[in-house]
Write a protein that binds this ligand. Structure first.
Ligand SMILES: [Zn+2]
Length: 500
């Protein structure tokens, strides 16, 4: 596509997670609320939920006596688990240029990193998984006073493969030191000079990533964007070794793939999660409905119980930059710091738009660029059809927004998680399945359901008090009264970027 998208993927970190339970404080009693939780067939009205030491201590349909507790009136409101977004990238100050020495840009970066976790919380996202993290960015995220609980993957690209293909040859292996040597590519893509072969086998790399405290290993099956197909990818044989090693270490195996041929390799390799929808249908690109080969592939995904993140917002997040009213959307003022929002309006801020769509933002080149983008990336329309098909097979859907999928200010933290849910609804996915995707299904997929995903005794009290029923309208996910983080109630508007 272009070099900037790949620059998102700069490093694998070696950071331990901060302790999850950190907000003991005063107990909290939520009174007379309607509870929505995926293990129940129906919402339950007039419930009382007691939180102690950051965890749910009791859920009852009669009043609970807790004189020491802070009370929250849930009358007329809906209590849900906090949302989990299983595909984010927190290390990028969205839309700001890379490697700038301008102090004004540096100031905006700081403002971005201070607001980013608050923007996720503003949209009820209380858990995130960072799929390609840079040590500094991930540390900045978890160092903020209030942030979603966060996990990360270690990244294991093959020699010369995506995203290394875009990066500076002299430094890329310092950034991505957990790279894997692919014997099948040995002639054209040999191990870099001086590297020790024993350190770049699937087994050695997975062992290092496991020791770093990561939750998952992420690889990329990407032979090129659009019509490109020349980048080296991992063979099925190597993928099987990687699969065995991740299983041995209890790590999830997450795979970037969005083209049919690449996703087929992922299925053959029995990966845990494919982290993009199948929207590049290769030679089937212009066919209506769900072509037989796509349907067969999706049945294989389902039969093998492979997780599937549709990431419907990837392409609209880029093409939305062409919308002249995008930055006037009042929600932008809630999730983007004021100085950055002002800067997004400047000519300098259009660098990525120009890179993708052409030099003059108002020219015919833009329209041509958009037409090509639609053709090459096949729009989210394919992804929506595939998602709907998978849903009808009975696949437990996952919520993953891929925020930001590129350095586009068309993706914003939290807001894009919400827009991903809205896009799922537009694809014809029922609201109950969207609810499950963002709560219990993600918790189960990442093996975190002991602590997250439902409103049950013993679970971490990351909860949302909503003003509307999310089983009646997807817009309810943007009508949040209070975000409860480890038992601490936070009025939504205090998390806004324009909060006074
Ligand atoms: Zn991503």
């Amino acid at each position: 596509m272009n070099r900037s998208i790949a620059l998102l993927a700069l490093a694998s970190a070696n950071l331990a997670l901060p302790a999850h339970v950190h907000a003991a404080g005063q107990p909290l009693l939520i009174e007379n609320v309607t509870v929505l939780s995926a293990e129940q067939a129906q919402p339950r009205g007039n419930q009382y939920v007691l939180v102690r030491d950051g965890r749910i201590a009791a859920v009852s349909d009669s009043a609970i006596a807790a004189p020491d507790a802070r009370k929250l009136d849930g009358s007329g409101k809906f209590l849900t688990p906090g949302l989990m977004d299983g595909h984010v990238h927190v290390s990028n100050a969205i839309g700001l240029p890379f490697g700038s020495s301008d102090p004004a840009i540096a100031t905006m970066e700081q403002q971005f990193f201070a607001q980013q976790p608050r923007s996720y919380l503003y949209f009820g996202v209380t858990q995130v998984v960072d799929l390609i993290n840079m040590p500094q960015g991930f540390a900045q995220f978890t160092a903020q006073p209030r942030h979603p609980d966060a996990w990360r993957c270690g990244v294991a690209p093959v020699v010369d493969g995506y995203p290394l293909v875009f990066m500076d040859k002299a430094t890329r292996y310092q950034v991505f030191n957990d790279y894997i040597f692919e014997p099948k590519n040995a002639r054209e893509h040999p191990l870099p000079a001086g590297a020790n072969p024993a350190e770049h086998t699937p087994e050695a790399v997975v062992e290092r990533i496991a020791k770093s405290g990561a939750l998952c290993v992420k690889i990329t099956l990407e032979d090129g964007f659009g019509d490109l197909n020349s980048w080296p990818v991992m063979s099925v044989e190597t993928l099987r070794r990687l699969r065995a090693a991740t299983t041995q270490h209890g790590l999830l195996l997450m795979v970037h793939a969005n083209a049919l041929d690449m996703q087929r390799i992922a299925v053959e390799g029995n990966v845990d999660v494919i982290v993009h929808g199948v929207w590049n249908w290769n030679e089937l690109q212009n066919q209506p409905g769900v072509p037989a080969a796509i349907a067969t592939h999706l049945r294989n995904v389902h039969d093998k119980k492979i997780g599937y993140q549709a990431t419907l917002r990837v392409i609209p997040g880029v093409t939305d930059m062409l919308d002249p009213n995008l930055l006037e959307d009042p929600v932008y003022a809630k999730v983007v710091p004021p100085a950055i929002l002002k800067w997004y309006h400047t000519d300098d801020a259009q660098w990525f738009k120009r890179e993708i769509f052409g030099s003059n933002p108002n020219s015919a080149a833009i329209l041509e660029g958009r037409r090509q983008a639609d053709a090459n990336w096949a729009t989210s329309e394919h992804g929506m059809r595939a998602l709907r098909y998978l849903y009808e097979l009975g696949q437990p859907l996952l919520l993953g927004s891929d925020t930001p999928s590129a350095p586009t200010y068309g993706n914003q933290p939290g807001y894009d998680t919400f827009k991903e849910m809205r896009a799922m609804a537009q694809a014809g996915i029922p609201l109950s399945a969207i609810f499950a995707a963002g709560t219990i299904n993600n918790a189960r997929q990442f093996k975190l359901d002991k602590d997250y995903g439902t409103i049950e005794k013993g679970k971490i009290a990351n909860l949302l008090l909503l003003e509307a029923n999310p089983l009646a309208s997807v817009e309810a996910w943007s009508r949040i009264d209070t975000v409860i983080l480890h038992g601490e109630p936070i009025a939504r508007e205090t998390l806004a970027a324009d909060a006074k």
